[in-house]
Design a binder for this molecule. Structure first.
Ligand SMILES: Cc1ncc(COP(=O)(O)O)c(C=O)c1O
Length: 406
């Protein structure tokens, strides 16, 4: 994003502030959709990465589908204009009330993650006298070689079921009067820059799909999950052509609709967190801290995964060459409250502005009110124009569910 008057943005919306580049979001969606242009595909944006309603509306207008993991996400997608038949509902622990609502909304399919959950779906479908489209999440036991917290395709992870379990579940679903098994699904992890594990998983699940088709189960959707990595530091982003060709190759001619559940790839690099410098501080052993008004409640990735986010100067009142190494820390009472470590910055003062980059995914959607801090405002920039897409919470917002019990 260029030619932005960050001081004006602070004056209008306060800091911290999330800023999203809507042109980039559109371009990233299109880049992936175009890879499958000669094939049936549905790119279901994973809301968990960033579920701002205006972002969802933008993607719905581009034709995207949506991957949801709670009924709240399903309702967000619908509110933003998504077509029910482009919504899928995944997740390891769907409540029965959520399953019921999702069925009543008429979404494309529910991804079952355990035999018990499939039984629940069947029972609820029976009560509602409906036939429900389902898919089963297969855990192909593949090491995605990413951070352990975002690796999901190994037997030791809580997600999905083994092929042996899946086989029994599909055969049961085939016999059911209320289940219609139309999809196969896997998702082995997030922030994958090496696509080999995804392609390996696709081949395993495709071979299993051949077996299902031979057994007379009419699979229509091949859901390869999300997980494509992005550049935060010096990572090399996966080549989309190789990714798409790898998946198409794994299908070995099967006439299935490819479904992707990408989140991070679409929004991560389209978002930045603008934050104001409050103070500079030097500890007794000479360690330098720049204390800013953004914190781990606004962007938890550095604290949670030791994730790296680039930092740039958005505005400095007294430009200088006095660079030294510093941590950028927030006001929260945790030593783990940092946004960046050991980076080189010039001398700063109260009111200077920093940009924490690549904060569009798993940023605002993981924000909290820890330390009774309001979640901040969000703005979009599209065609050079700024518009607000989220309000900063007020103190009243934070206490509204408690004050009546005083
Ligand atoms: C089932 C499922 N699909 C899609 C995603 C989105 O992943 P990403 O944002 O890495 O594309 C996730 C992320 O955790 C997931 O668990």
């Amino acid at each position: 994003m260029t030619n932005i008057d960050y001081n004006a943005l602070r004056a209008d919306f306060d800091t911290p502030l999330y800023i999203y580049d809507f042109d980039m979001i559109k371009a990233r969606y299109k880049a992936i959709k175009d890879q499958f242009i000669a094939h049936k595909s549905l790119i279901c944006y994973a809301l968990k990465a960033n579920s701002n309603l205006s972002i969802l509306k933008l993607l719905a207008s581009q034709g995207a589908g949506f991957d949801c993991v709670s009924i709240g996400e399903v309702r967000r997608a619908l509110l933003a204009g998504a077509k029910p038949y482009k919504i899928i509902f995944s997740g390891v622990g769907k409540r029965q009330s959520e399953i019921k609502q999702a069925i009543n909304f008429g979404i494309l399919m529910l991804n079952a993650e355990s035999p018990a959950e499939l039984e629940s779906i069947e029972q609820i479908a029976k009560e509602l006298n409906k036939i429900v489209n389902i898919s089963i999440r297969i855990n192909p036991n593949i090491d995605a070689k990413t951070h352990p917290y975002i690796s999901t395709g190994l037997n030791e992870n809580k997600f999905g079921v083994s092929i042996d379990q899946a086989r029994i579940m599909y055969l049961n679903a085939q016999k059911s009067a209320h289940l219609n098994p139309i999809g196969v699904h896997f998702h082995i992890g997030s922030q994958l820059c090496d696509i080999k594990p995804i392609i390996e998983a696709a081949n395993i699940v495709s071979d299993f799909t051949s077996e299902l088709i031979a057994a007379g189960i009419e699979i229509k959707f091949f859901d390869v999950g999300g997980g494509l990595g992005v550049r935060y530091d010096n990572e090399i982003e996966p080549d989309l052509y190789e990714y798409a060709q790898g998946i198409l190759g794994a299908l070995k001619g099967k006439d299935l609709t490819i479904l992707c559940e990408l989140g991070r790839y679409i929004v991560a690099n389209a978002g930045e967190l603008l934050t104001s410098v409050l103070y500079e501080k030097q500890s007794q052993n000479g360690k330098r801290f720049v204390i800013v008004d953004g914190a781990m409640n606004d962007l938890i990735r550095p604290s949670l995964y030791s994730a790296h986010h680039g930092v740039s100067l958005a505005s400095i009142q007294k430009p200088n060459e006095n660079f030294s190494t510093t941590d950028i820390v927030g006001p929260i009472c945790e030593s783990g409250d940092f946004l960046a470590k050991n980076i080189s910055l010039p001398q700063l003062q109260n009111g200077d502005l920093l940009l924490i980059k690549s904060a569009g995914a798993y940023g605002f959607s993981m924000a909290s009110n820890y330390n009774t801090r309001p979640r901040c405002a969000q703005i979009a920039i599209e065609d050079g124009k700024v518009r607000q897409i989220g309000k900063k919470e007020s103190f009243e917002d934070l206490i509204q569910n408690e004050k009546e019990f005083l």
